[in-house]
Design a protein around this ligand. Structure first.
Ligand SMILES: [Zn+2]
Length: 241
């Protein structure tokens, strides 16, 4: 079976799509194409619904398995393979994740540019996120300084572009080397790159907003040490509750 066509990879602003059911298993549904983002790279999977003539199921999470996107579902009736369906994501939650994800990339761009520190890890939920940096020390003052610079950049409105680069091109790109593009499995021949043009450029599978201005204002809510040369910043979107 061919891999699921993942529409969000090229257009993160799609909130629904038509599709056809390909595989049905207990608690799981696969489609020939989907607008749902499968969790990965620190971004949670999408939730939403899949509906068809006469029924619908709720999608509680989305993951990737062997090149296929698996929708984890709950609901009593299931559609048969071959059924035409409409897949609809919870857009409010997803858009918040897009803003959060772009905020994290902008943060990593600012911290590397101004302090030379690389990212060692990160994770996010809608509106809140954490990122770990290769820093010797961290303080509340440092958090405030980074917050100020980050917000100054976000409001400047850097455009975000999605690129698909041949592996050998990506492996010779200094920005991508810095973000460890070489760790992507060898069988991946085309590397998806998220370029916040002029601020941050890295290999990434996630969904992002088109401009940093859509992120809005971000707060650095906590700075903490997670060991030698590993310091954590927690951020949230300013309009989070
Ligand atoms: Zn990312």
């Amino acid at each position: 079976m061919s891999e699921t066509v993942e529409l969000a990879s090229r257009d993160s602003y799609l909130n629904r799509c038509e599709a056809v059911v390909s595989v049905v298993a207990p608690g799981e549904l696969q489609l020939d194409r989907t607008v749902f983002y499968a969790r990965g790279g620190g971004q949670p999977g999408d939730i939403g619904i899949v509906r068809w003539d006469g029924g619908q199921v709720r999608v509680d999470d989305t993951l990737r398995r062997d090149g296929m996107v698996v929708h984890l579902i709950s609901g009593d009736e299931l559609p048969a393979p071959g059924t035409p369906v409409e897949a609809v994501i919870d857009w409010e939650r997803r858009y918040r994740l897009m803003r959060t994800h772009t905020a994290l990339h902008a943060l990593s761009g600012v911290v590397f540019r101004d302090f030379g520190a690389k990212v060692t890890g990160g994770n996010m939920e809608p509106g809140v996120a954490r990122m770990d940096f290769e820093l010797e020390g961290i303080s509340t003052e440092f958090g405030r300084l980074v917050e100020e610079r980050l917000n100054g950049e976000l409001i400047a409105g850097y455009p975000t572009e999605i690129l698909f680069l041949a592996r050998e091109i990506a492996l010779s790109d200094p920005d991508l080397i810095r973000t460890k593009v070489n760790l992507i499995p060898e069988y991946v021949k085309e590397i998806r790159v998220v370029d916040i043009v002029g601020l941050d450029r890295q290999a990434d599978g996630g969904t992002h907003v088109r401009s940093t201005v859509e992120v809005g204002t971000v707060r650095v809510v906590k700075t903490e040490s997670k060991g030698k040369a590993n310091k954590r910043m927690r951020i949230e979107l300013a309009d989070s509750l």
